[in-house]
Design a protein around this ligand. Structure first.
Ligand SMILES: NC(=O)c1ccc[n+]([C@@H]2O[C@H](COP(=O)([O-])OP(=O)(O)OC[C@H]3O[C@@H](n4cnc5c(N)ncnc54)[C@H](O)[C@@H]3O)[C@@H](O)[C@H]2O)c1
Length: 283
């Protein structure tokens, strides 16, 4: 398949005020793209736009809470009315939490699902019809390795990210006749501001996540470069880190053995220790 051209395209990026979203905006700015930078954080968006303009791109900021269908619909209408075609949509905005089932307050489940799940659904729902009409486009959904591995103490995050993977997999075939490509990004720890809003139910979880983030070897810029390459090559899965790849292949080889082993570690009381060791390695 011929490589997709990214230079001078139009792109909408949610969660563009920080971390991976900002890095993607800068990577696309270097390709001279025109962007709608969306987030709930206006100050962060303004900073991103300044950086984008310094890097050769252009665009505007758009205040949008991805958990609100009206906001996302307004954003899609604005993008299609301004540019006529939307070439790239990145559903990146997201939040994280940890905790055991039963301990996690229902309001935290609802919070995660409203942003990580409904944000992706609303984004796809609002942009797919226009992309179909134009007969082209590309959607990147930012999930997580958590959506593949379903590790303990992360049920809401795992479930919301597994849904983002399933939606992307569905769209791969559904949108193929319209020349619309899809990528799902599934990283482990990357140094961003994700911890700022992250919710925990105990101190171990906070310590483990903080340690993982502090030791993360992957930066948002490295991830953004991989995503841009994936769009060019129409690559469906981006699983950047080696450890995530190894766990992903192990799970595919034998899901029963994979989850049986995790269950064994938890029964022996070794699960948390292993999680902490992995966090110290930046997983
Ligand atoms: N950093 C990691 O280790 C990591 C690992 C795997 C997956 N991810 C995923 O990457 C994505 C980006 O996160 P990040 O790590 O760059 O974190 P980040 O906190 O630096 O950036 C997330 C951005 O999303 C925005 N956001 C949050 N709620 C929103 C809402 N309701 N509407 C619009 N914007 C909202 C925030 O304001 C922030 O600017 C998330 O989906 C996250 O789950 C991150």
């Amino acid at each position: 398949m011929a490589k997709r051209v990214i230079t001078k395209k139009t792109a909408v990026i949610t969660g563009a005020a920080s971390g991976i979203g900002r890095a993607l905006a800068l990577a696309l700015a270097r390709e001279q793209c025109t962007m709608l930078l969306a987030d709930i954080n206006e100050a962060g968006l303004k900073e991103t736009l300044e950086m984008v303009e310094r890097s050769g791109g252009k665009g505007e900021i758009f205040l949008c809470d991805v958990s609100k269908l009206d906001d996302v619909t307004r954003m899609a209408d604005h993008a299609f009315n301004t540019w006529a075609t939307v070439d790239i949509l990145v559903n990146n905005a997201g939040v994280a939490s940890t905790g055991f089932m039963g301990d996690i307050p229902m309001k935290d489940w609802e919070w995660i699902v409203s942003i990580n799940f409904w944000g992706v659904v609303y984004g796809c729902h609002a942009f797919v019809p226009g992309m179909k009409k134009q007969g082209s486009g590309y959607i990147v959904n930012v999930a997580s390795a958590a959506g593949i591995l379903s590790s303990p103490e992360m049920a809401p995050y795992n479930a919301s990210k597994a849904a983002a993977i399933a939606i992307t997999e569905t769209l791969k075939s559904e949108l193929a006749p319209y020349n619309i490509g899809v990528t799902v990004l599934c990283p482990t720890f990357i140094k961003t501001n994700l911890l700022d809003k992250m919710r925990f139910t105990d101190d171990f979880q906070r310590k483990c996540s903080t340690t993982g983030m502090a030791n993360a070897r992957w930066t948002p810029d490295m991830i953004a470069a991989l995503v841009v390459d994936a769009i060019r090559k129409d690559r469906m899965y981006v699983v950047p880190q080696l450890a995530a790849k190894v766990f992903w292949y192990s799970k595919r080889l034998s899901p029963t053995a994979f989850f049986g082993f995790l269950a064994f570690l938890m029964r022996m009381g070794w699960g948390r220790n292993l999680m902490f060791q992995l966090a110290k390695l930046g997983f």
